[in-house]
Design a binder for this molecule. Structure first.
Ligand SMILES: Cc1cc2nc3c(=O)[nH]c(=O)nc-3n(C[C@H](O)[C@H](O)[C@H](O)COP(=O)(O)OP(=O)(O)OC[C@H]3O[C@@H](n4cnc5c(N)ncnc54)[C@H](O)[C@@H]3O)c2cc1C
Length: 503
């Protein structure tokens, strides 16, 4: 049948906007819908990780983040007197294998606005003040109904796939009757953003303050902004915490009231929940619609970015190359365990803060809680999915991110060159390789880039040097995860044949 669109993206928060941009960049016909006219105005995401920035590069929005953000200096758990009690991290000058610093603090109203403007300049059809109200999933396509909130009329569309990026109380998730699992961290916190009036004299490290009287997180946002998050203890009145007088009292330990103005404030219940399924039929959940975690790890939006990257290239490959939609089953296989790790470890930070606050001596805090809290500092590789043999394999690098090729000058990264790998698959080797015509044609059909990695990329990057020294040929997916590489047991022909069968 004739479809109106290849993909419908429901919800234009960070996850939906990125997905619409990526899908459109792959040449798909996209409709993107949001019930609100304006971007979200309350305080929410503030940190973008190294992988987040690398994903942003794929959608050419990294400059939007760079021009509205500041590098995070470090992080740690401190006691009520702000003395370090654990997990101290100094992040200055660190460059990860993704080619970026571990974390940058951004001002979301500026980035969201610029990303929305960029999306509005693409070929995607954007409907604001329109709300999804119904979905009928057929085998080959999805019929869906949209309410025009301004004109009070209903519209019908069809698309090959429908993506629910409609946030924590997702209509898509509810219409699909997908239950959520509650992972049992539910606490009320007040979140406050302030704008400094004068010069900054506050720390550039994020602090988890384990004060038994009141847990608190301090975040050195992009100047002139700063953020605090305070737990609302049991029995306290949430409404009180939105009053400026109360907020000023809470911040008084750091700043005098005449030094800043409060620009945004909100009380949230920090949740940890995960949808039982990330897709059903032709509908897919991404972002907060699929998983929500307390913000201590600063990874909620990042999980949404990973979902978006993971699903976008797979959908593009299916539609553009007429591949079997079975490929989409790898989305949940790859993303759910990873997102669950983020949810559990984010809650782990909250639990560790509570344990530190309750302990007379931080060394008495149980090791499993410490491991869970600090576990969040290193994210896992992908485990099962579209990899050689269908699962991660350390000797083949399968499931790991391939390092970004970068150029250094005076110990600083001056160029990030993922574009050398391209936005499709890449076959990367140290020197020219020969391959049979049939394999070459198959890879070319996938839009694969054949890359002989120049020495200038391996000279200064210890990440790439280490991996390329092994003299293997790497097959890399469009999201920069390694599909697999040649070994003394697996030839290039076998590696490519395995991909052919799985895709
Ligand atoms: C205090 C706080 C701090 C945080 N800090 C960080 C951080 O530092 N780093 C990080 O990575 N994450 C952070 N997070 C998490 C992050 O903000 C969220 O994960 C992210 O905003 C979710 O994005 P999303 O696009 O999935 O959903 P949302 O941003 O919630 O967007 C959903 C969109 O869908 C629209 N919508 C809903 N229903 C419909 C419908 N029926 N029809 C049409 N449109 C609809 C809504 O209008 C909305 O625009 C934080 C969260 C909080 C609460």
């Amino acid at each position: 049948m004739n479809q109106d669109f290849d993909v419908a993206v429901i919800g234009l928060g960070p996850a939906g906007s990125l997905t619409a941009l990526l899908l459109e960049s792959y040449g798909l016909k996209v409709i993107a819908i949001d019930r609100d006219q304006d971007i979200y105005s309350l305080p929410r995401a503030v940190t973008i990780s190294d992988q987040g920035l690398r994903i942003a590069q794929t959608a050419s929005i990294e400059d939007i983040y760079l021009s509205n953000s500041t590098e995070l200096g470090g992080a740690g758990f401190v006691d009520k007197d702000l003395e370090i009690i654990g997990g101290a991290l100094d992040l200055k000058g660190v460059v990860t294998s993704n080619g970026w610093m571990p974390s940058r603090m951004f001002h979301q109203p500026l980035t969201d606005k610029a990303i929305r403007e960029k999306l509005q300049k693409t070929t995607a059809t954007i409907l604001l003040e329109h709300e999804l109200i119904d979905i009928e999933d057929e085998t080959t396509h999805v019929n869906f109904s949209i309410r025009d909130l301004k004109n009070k009329s209903d519209l019908q569309f069809t698309s090959r796939y429908l993506i629910g990026s409609d946030g924590g109380s997702s209509t898509v998730r509810k219409l699909l009757e997908i239950p959520q699992e509650d992972l049992n961290y539910n606490r009320d916190w007040v979140v406050v953003d302030i704008e400094l009036k004068g010069e900054n004299r506050l720390d550039d490290k994020a602090l988890q303050i384990c004060d038994p009287k009141r847990l608190c997180t301090y975040i050195p946002s992009h100047l002139p902004y700063r953020r605090w998050e305070f737990i609302i203890n049991e029995g306290e009145d949430k409404k009180e915490f939105l009053k400026d007088k109360k907020i000023k009292l809470l911040i008084s330990r750091w700043l005098n009231p005449d030094e800043y103005k409060i620009i945004r404030k909100a009380v949230y219940q920090f949740h940890s929940v995960i949808a039982e399924r990330f897709s059903k039929g032709n509908c897919i959940l991404i972002g907060d619609a699929a998983h929500q975690n307390p913000p201590f790890m600063g990874e909620g939006m990042m999980s949404g970015y990973r979902d978006s990257m993971n699903i976008s290239w797979k959908i593009a490959l299916i539609i553009k190359n007429n591949f079997n939609s079975q490929l989409l089953t790898t989305y949940e296989k790859e993303r759910k365990p990873h997102a669950q790790f983020v949810v559990e470890n984010s809650a782990g930070i909250g639990e560790l803060m509570e344990a530190y606050a309750g302990a007379e001596d931080p060394n008495q805090v149980p090791a499993d809680l410490v491991a869970k809290g600090y576990g969040s500092f290193v994210l896992p590789n992908l485990d099962k999915g579209l990899f050689y043999g269908g699962k991660a394999n350390a000797s083949m690098g399968a499931g790991q991110l391939f390092p970004q090729p970068v150029i250094y000058k005076n110990d600083e990264v001056i160029m990030r060159e993922d574009k050398v790998l391209g936005n499709g698959f890449a076959l990367v080797s140290k020197s020219e390789i020969s391959m049979n015509k049939q394999d070459k044609k198959f890879l070319e059909g996938l839009g694969c880039n054949f890359v002989v990695l120049e020495d200038r990329f391996t000279e200064n990057s210890h990440w790439l040097k280490k991996i390329m020294e092994l003299d293997k040929v790497y097959l890399i997916r469009p999201d920069k995860y390694i599909y697999g590489c040649t070994t003394n047991k697996v030839s290039l022909e076998e590696l490519i044949e395995d991909l052919r069968l799985r895709i």
